[in-house]
Design a protein around this ligand. Structure first.
Ligand SMILES: CC(C)(COP(=O)(O)OP(=O)(O)OC[C@H]1O[C@@H](n2cnc3c(N)ncnc32)[C@H](O)[C@@H]1OP(=O)(O)O)[C@@H](O)C(=O)NCCC(=O)NCCS
Length: 307
């Protein structure tokens, strides 16, 4: 057994089959690489780690080095995002995923990555592999009235091909409440092309004005009916646009994800405007040291960064 990157053409197609079968067992309207273009797209093989024999991938995980920025300068931290963890169905229960994750930890230490972060409901499995909950987010349930009420829906617009200028403005418009993942406008533009991503902005003539309030809902097969990334002039404007997103797709309610540490005025408004709120761990993490955990526990990672 060895850990390798899927360099050969044959590796890549075998790997995509393992990923598709393991992670999308019910099928999907698009290939899995379209959902994760920055780690599974052509030319991104260095972010894929396979475990197998005779160069046949039996287990896989992505490791994507990223920088956590914001907050204080000392908060800047290089971390690895982990995703698309899967073991070929016939080889499960033999310790392959655990061995691969141990390999990723060694790789992280070798490259100065101070933590590995991932998103999953398989808490028991990841706890056995040394991961535990990190940071917190709030999940607000927002009801979507069928008829338009106060919302003037002509003031929002769905963006299909956002320009780089708009992407840069969207990045600047996100609420900055501590460390988050560094992302370029170009990377943002690529992420916004993931199937089922719905980007809504304010209707305006300049990118900056358009980005003043924006919401992003959905992401491939994940985050259906969930607004996972946004920027807003105030909490009212945010909720109005969350409802406009839901109304467009015929949802009766939408989940809005926010950092736990919101300004008091935002919390007050969101409590009034939502029917339910849950505090939830933001992600699972393995940390190299306590200092890294401290920074991570203050971080908020936006939805399009999760892999
Ligand atoms: C989850 C998955 C990757 C585990 O792979 P695996 O190679 O079978 O895992 P391992 O054999 O290395 O398991 C390591 C430990 O975790 C346990 N474990 C494995 N899957 C588990 C699960 N779903 N829930 C709880 N514990 C689990 C094993 O029993 C083992 O514990 P032990 O050492 O006490 O016996 C595999 O089941 C899979 O590919 N599932 C489908 C895809 C998926 O859900 N991926 C995760 C997406 S976030």
């Amino acid at each position: 057994m060895e850990i390798f990157h899927p360099k050969e053409v044959g590796h890549r197609s075998a790997l995509m089959r393992v990923l598709q079968d393991g992670l999308r067992p019910d099928g999907a309207a698009f290939p899995i690489e379209a959902e994760y273009p920055l780690v599974l797209g052509q030319g991104k093989e260095a972010f894929s780690y396979c475990l197998g024999t005779s160069e046949k991938p039996l287990a896989h995980a992505n490791l994507w080095p990223r920088r956590l920025i914001g907050g204080t300068p000392s908060a800047d931290l290089r971390i690895g995002l982990v995703g698309n963890v899967v073991t070929h169905e016939q080889y499960r229960g033999q310790g392959l995923a655990r061995e691969l994750l141990e390999g990723l930890k060694q790789e992280a230490s070798k490259h100065g990555l101070k933590a590995l972060v991932l998103w999953s409901d398989l808490n028991a499995f990841y706890q056995k592999c040394g991961f535990s909950s990190c940071s917190e987010e709030l999940r607000w349930l927002i009801q979507v009235p069928r008829r338009e009420n106060s919302v003037n829906e002509s003031q929002v617009v769905l963006q299909h091909e956002p320009s780089l200028e708009l992407c840069a403005a969207l990045l600047a418009s996100r609420l900055s409440l501590g460390p988050t993942i560094e992302r370029s406008a170009k990377e943002f533009q690529t992420l916004l092309r993931i199937p089922e991503v719905s980007l809504m902005t304010t209707e305006a003539t300049t990118p900056r004005a358009a980005a003043a309030t924006f919401t992003i809902m959905g992401k491939g097969c994940d985050m259906i009916g969930v607004v996972h990334e946004w920027g807003a002039v105030d909490a009212f404007a945010l909720v109005e646009q969350v409802r406009a997103q839901g109304r467009r797709l015929g949802y009766s309610e939408v989940l809005l994800l926010t950092p736990a540490r919101l300004p008091e005025t935002w919390l007050e408004i969101l409590h009034k405007q939502s029917s339910q709120v849950q505090r939830h761990p933001m992600a699972l993490a393995w940390c190299h040291d306590d200092a890294a955990r401290k920074v991570l526990d203050h971080s908020f990672i936006w939805g399009l960064d999760s892999i």
